[in-house]
Write a protein of this length. Sequence first.
Length: 429
Amino acid sequence: MLSLAIKAEHISKAYQLGVIGTGTLSKDIERRIARMRGKEDPFLKIGEINDRAVAGKSDVVWSLKDISFEIKKGEAVGVIGRNGAGKSTLLKILSRVTTPTAGTIKARGRIASLLEVGTGFHPDLTGRENIFLNGAILGMTKKEIAARFDEIVAFSGVERYVDTPVKRYSSGMYVRLAFAVAAHLESEILIVDEVLAVGDAEFQRKAIGKMQETAAGGGRTVLFVSHNLASIRALCTSGLLMHNGCLQYQGDIGTVIERYSSLLHTGEVMKMQGSFAADADRQAQFNSVQLQRNGQPMGDNGVIDVFDKLSLKLSFTVRKTIYDSTPIIWVKKDNVDLYWTFLSDATPDILKNGIAPGDYTYEVPLLHPLKKGMYSITIMLGKLRVMDYHKAENVIQFQVEETSFDPTIHSFSANRAGIIANLTSWIRI
């Protein structure tokens, strides 16, 4: 384990649903004796996987089931999966908040955890006192904590409230201070679960930057759980994909996100076109939208290759002049915004002069080439975040595959960084 920070072997965690206990005192004592002797629980049923969407028959559920993995020192690892996949349970076991039902975990070094708002904070103590308390829990001396105190407070941005009991903090202030403490005090492993989403955008950027610095420059290991795939992609180099309490995949973060996206869209029908009934009450509305491949309309569930040139054919009707508005198209990949395009970019005078009554049809080239993955397109007619005359979310959904991919010629598979591939010609001069 010289180069390993964490090694998990056959980790499982079972939870009892409903009333806890066997139902009789004698069986409860028998269970207690078995636990003291290091034996398995004699009344633990086989149970079921943790699929929250399906009603089960057993009163025991496996939140984690036979998970094994290794994480190297200095790695930034993203842990992703649907709600109820077992992510938080895994991090609580790693943080020693709870113990596994079966299996072992070995970790080298001290672990700093931020599992939920206010983790490790005493509400009646001030921010200053909680900083020293958290440092002491991590095994640091008062002198070591004092040396980093000013840096922690400055990073958190709560200087004015540092001598106020934290029970009076907002959830955002709680997270700011808690993250600053976890990130700046001496620990070899930093575990962060979801909570950064409570902070504002400016703090999220600071936190991601700090974790990148922590992993790359400081050699510390970072485990990060988030449903914000853009943050996961920005911070992490590798990942764990959890599904129904099982570890489905471990590998580079691009492939993990791609497989997670496939899980989210399992069973979905691809949509290459959409049409809308005329609505005389609308001042402006879309009539139809259609995905085209290499200039030709696509049928539903058609296969799209990374080299295919895609465009969107869009028609709309304006019944009464609309001002300060424009058709908008935005494209998402794996539920993350990829880019937006506006008609006003090509025809800027429409924002000043408006769009006169009439029928309009446009063909809009999409960014090319797109990498392998799941994409969706939303269209809107109006002014962003102010007014929409007509909006259709995820009206187009399609999957891009590497059907003609030759790794000996090109190298923009999932392992390549970024969301799109750039085939711009390089001209030697």
